[in-house]
Design a protein around this ligand. Structure first.
Ligand code: MN
Length: 494
C-alpha cells in the first residue's frame, strides 16, 4: 500500500479532535459530461434541457433488439482528455455492463468500463490558494453512460421519469487518494475543470450538472499509515459544497472514532441547506453489480496514428499558458495563474494585451473588469465591455488623452452602457489637460486664495499632497498629473 500513499498531510492540515490530531484522506471521482452533440451509443441529442423525453432514441429507451453503436467523437474526446491529464492511453479497452435496477435506467444496466478503462494513470499539478503546488495522481478515466432522471416532486404520489440524459456520454475521472484538505480538493477540481474547458472536451457547466464529484473521505490518526474506512459523498456540484462536505464528514468520522465507534462504509448525501452529510445507502461492493463485458460491443482498439493526430492537435493547456504569460507579458505568477486558469479569461486578456503593456492589461482585467463583473453578477462571456474596447481605453491612457483616474470613471460608464471609451471621452469632455498655461493659471489662483498653505508647504513637505489634490480637483480631475507636479514644485519652490 505504501506506493499508493505518497503524501502525508502538512502539520497545518491536520485536524484536532478531542483526543489528538487526525489526517484527512480524500480522493475524487469526477463525472464530466463529454461535449458532444449526440449520446455515447445512440444518435439522440445530448443537449441540456428540452421537453422531457424529447431526446430519447429507441436505444436509450432500451427497446428490445436495439443495439448500441459507439460514438467515435466521444472516444476522441476521452483520448484528448487523457492526453491533457498526462495519462496513459490504453490501446485496448472494453465496455462492461454494471447491473442494477432503477426506474431511470431502462436497460437495467449502465454501460461503463470496469477493468479495462480507455485511460490509465496520469497526474496534474494543483496550486491550492497561497500554498505550494502539489501533484495529484489520476488513477484512471473511463467512458460510461449517464442515467435518466426520476422526478419526485411533481406529484404527491407519482414519480416521473425523464430519459433525456439517459445514454449521454460521461468521462469518469478517478483521482488517487492524494488529497489532504478541503482546500486541496477544491483546487484539484478547479484545475481539472480548467484543463477540460481548455481541451474543449467538457464545458464544465456546474449548474447544468456537466461536472459533478463523488467525494471519498476517510481519516486516520496523524503519524499512522493505515487507511481508515471511507465514506463516499455523492454528486457534489460546487466546490463550496465540496469543501463544506469534506470538513463536516471528517469531523463526523473523528468524533465516532474518538468515541470508540467504527465507521460504516457507506454512500452519503450532502445537504447544502443544513451543511451536513447523511446516509443514503450502505456501500455496495463492485461484485454486487455483477460486471461483465457487454456482448453487444466489441473491444475498443485504438490506432496509433489516430492518437498521434489527436496529440498534435492539443491546444495550449493552463500550465503552459501560465508560464507563457509570465515570460511574455511579465505577469506575476498569481495573475498569470488567474488568467490562464480560465480559457475565456485568457483569451480576453490576450486580446487586451496584444501590442500593449501586459502588466497594465492584467491589472485592468483582473481588478477593474473582474471586480465590476462580480458586482453585477455577470459572466465574462456576457461582459458589456468587450476586450477590444478595454484595449482602446488603455490606448487612451497610453497616448495621454486621459489620465488613470479619469480612465476609471470612463470604465465605469463603459460597464453601464457598453459604449466605446473614445465616444465617452469626447461626449463628456474628459480629455486630459496638458496645456501648461491653463494649469499654471489654476495654480496661481489657488496660491492667491491660500497664502497660509503656501507658507505651510515650505515648512512641511507632506503638505504637497494637498496642492496636488486641489489642483486636480480644480481641473475636474483632467489635468496631467506629471505636469501638475512639475509646475507646483516650481511655483511653490519645493
Ligand atoms: Mn460513474
Amino acid at each position: 500500500m505504501t506506493s499508493l500513499d505518497v503524501r502525508t498531510a502538512r502539520p497545518d492540515q491536520l485536524v484536532s479532535g478531542d483526543k489528538g490530531q487526525w489526517e484527512i484522506i480524500c480522493g475524487l471521482e469526477v463525472h464530466a459530461q463529454v461535449s458532444s452533440q449526440a449520446k455515447l451509443f445512440s444518435g439522440a441529442s445530448a443537449a441540456y434541457g428540452g421537453e422531457p423525453n424529447a431526446h430519447v432514441s429507441l436505444v436509450d429507451a432500451a427497446m428490445p433488439g436495439m443495439l448500441p453503436v459507439i460514438n467515435k467523437f466521444c472516444v476522441e474526446q476521452a483520448i484528448r482528455t487523457g492526453l491533457g491529464l498526462n495519462a496513459e492511453i490504453h490501446r485496448w479497452s472494453r465496455f462492461d455492463r454494471k447491473n442494477y435496477f432503477y426506474p431511470d435506467l431502462p436497460q437495467g444496466y449502465q454501460i461503463s468500463q470496469y477493468k479495462e478503462p480507455i485511460v490509465g494513470e496520469g497526474e496534474i499539478e494543483v496550486e491550492p490558494d497561497g500554498e505550494e503546488p502539489i501533484t495529484i495522481r489520476i488513477e484512471r478515466l473511463h467512458l460510461e453512460q449517464d442515467a435518466g432522471k426520476s422526478i419526485h416532486d411533481l406529484s404527491p404520489n407519482e414519480t416521473y421519469v425523464d430519459l433525456n440524459r439517459a445514454g449521454v456520454a460521461l468521462m469518469e475521472i478517478v483521482s488517487r487518494p492524494d488529497i489532504r484538505s478541503a482546500k486541496e480538493a477544491a483546487a484539484y477540481f478547479n484545475k481539472l475543470r480548467a484543463i477540460l474547458r481548455a481541451l474543449g472536451t467538457c464545458d464544465g457547466n456546474m449548474e447544468e450538472g456537466s461536472m459533478r464529484a463523488d467525494v471519498n473521505v476517510s481519516v486516520r490518526r496523524a503519524g499512522t499509515k493505515e487507511w481508515g474506512t471511507r465514506c463516499e459523498i455523492k454528486n457534489v456540484n460546487s466546490t463550496r459544497f465540496m469543501m463544506q462536505a469534506i470538513e463536516y464528514e471528517s469531523r463526523r468520522q473523528i468524533e465516532i472514532l474518538e468515541g470508540g465507534g467504527l465507521i460504516d462504509q457507506e454512500t452519503r448525501l450532502f445537504d447544502p441547506d443544513k451543511g451536513e452529510t447523511r446516509t443514503m445507502r450502505s456501500k455496495e461492493d463492485a461484485h454486487d453489480y455483477r460486471y461483465f463485458p457487454d456482448p453487444d460491443l466489441l473491444p475498443l482498439v485504438l490506432d496509433e496514428a489516430w492518437i498521434a493526430e489527436i496529440k498534435a492537435s492539443l491546444p495550449e493547456l493552463p500550465d503552459a499558458k501560465k508560464k507563457r504569460f509570465v515570460s511574455d507579458y511579465g505577469l506575476t505568477a498569481y495573475d498569470a495563474g488567474v488568467l490562464a486558469g480560465d480559457s475565456d479569461a485568457a483569451a480576453y486578456f490576450e486580446t487586451v494585451a496584444k501590442g500593449r503593456d501586459g502588466k497594465a492589461a492584467a491589472n485592468w482585467v483582473t481588478q477593474e473588469l473582474f471586480g465590476a463583473l462580480n458586482k453585477k453578477g455577470v459572466e465574462l462571456s456576457a461582459s458589456p465591455v468587450k476586450a477590444e474596447q478595454l484595449g482602446a481605453l488603455l490606448d487612451l491612457i497610453k497616448d495621454g488623452t486621459i489620465n488613470g483616474k479619469i480612465a476609471k470613471d470612463v470604465f465605469a460608464k463603459m460597464i453601464e452602457t457598453g459604449e466605446a471609451p473614445g465616444a465617452i471621452v469626447e461626449r463628456d469632455g474628459l480629455k486630459q489637460v496638458t496645456d501648461t498655461g491653463a494649469i499654471e493659471k489654476t495654480i496661481d489662483e489657488l496660491m492667491a486664495a491660500n497664502p497660509d498653505k503656501v507658507d505651510d508647504v515650505k515648512k512641511n513637505p507632506k503638505a504637497f499632497g494637498w496642492w496636488v489634490g486641489q489642483t486636480m480637483k480644480a481641473t475636474g480631475g483632467k489635468a496631467n498629473p506629471a505636469v501638475v507636479n512639475d509646475i507646483l514644485k516650481k511655483k511653490l519652490g519645493v
